[in-house]
Design a protein around this ligand. Sequence first.
Ligand code: ZN
Ligand code: ZN
Length: 382
Amino acid sequence: MTAFQNSLEQKLIEARRTLHRFPELSHEEYKTTERIRRWLEEAGIDILDTSLETGVVAQIAGKPGPVIALRADIDALPIQEEAEETFRSVHPGVMHACGHDFHTAVMQGAALLLKEQQEELEGTVKIIFQPAEETATGAQAVLQTGVLDDVQAIFGLHNDPHLALGELGTKPGILSAAVDRFRITITGKGAHAARPHLGTDPIIVGMDIIHRLQTLVSRQIPATESGVISVTQFHSGSTWNVIPETAFLEGTVRTFNKDVRSEIRKQMDLLVRYEAASHGAEAELDYQAGPPSVDNDPAWTEFLMEKAKSNGYKVTVLEPSAGGEDFSFYQEKIKGAFVRIGVEQEYGLHHARYTLQEAALLPAARYFAGIAPEALKRILSE
Ligand SMILES: [Zn+2]
Ligand SMILES: [Zn+2]
């Protein structure tokens, strides 16, 4: 390892630890944004003028040519950290429990390495430090600025505690679930608890709706497809001797296929209304579509896997994950692929004791710095 790389590794570890100590929630990443800007500016890297409140888009422009993008996310989670590192969060109730501090440091490293070869680059590399991935709103915010309008391919990463150090996982096609949220408001008719026949009990309506929702996947979706519907909140009533007027349900739908996703939504809407009506109540479904599935372009995925092998990674073909990732919004507009990089860790993502192996930092930075010029060449030769 050269002295430059040695000091680069130190720099990236320090950057990651600083980000980790001062985590900020989605759309509140002001200090994080300032830090990233400062680090990039110190290295003479151009920062694009966007209308983003938080988040940074850097650019390394070489010769005239194609434009590609690399993406990191920068936000943290509302979790009280329980890990015991010296650099644990100093912000109560906020923590980098999803390793976005790692992603930011990786792409900072890639930017520094690409800066070294700016003159030879056969095109332009934009490096996105995206806000608000956890609320699945940051990617759309970046897209709306128009800063990616000229981008022809996009690549991103997530750290993965279940993959070994030196392991990289991905797959062509669907890699993550579409993540939707729903709320159901049931309006019945309040009554004395002793005389339920004079009212319409919204708790019974809610129970029936929850029960029916559980058979929606098993009875309406082909056996070869999959999905999950989870009701995670059920609130109604305020005392022991009154049948309440209303009930409120909330939950999430996870799917891996566009048609299944729209079918579930359609069926849910019917089910909620008719189930309530059969009780003489009314119910309204508020369905909020979140990020679609990460859908990796097969050719770019193969490219990423090949480059990973030649960079010394052990490459694993993953199963799709039921988690969500708003990188998918970029893929609706730009071809690209997403990989998971092993950080070998016993706790899962979003755990209060989540931490990761920093030895994965420099190789990942070198990997992304390495694929960028190759991707530009590939587009030129198409
Ligand atoms: Zn997360
Ligand atoms: Zn994450």
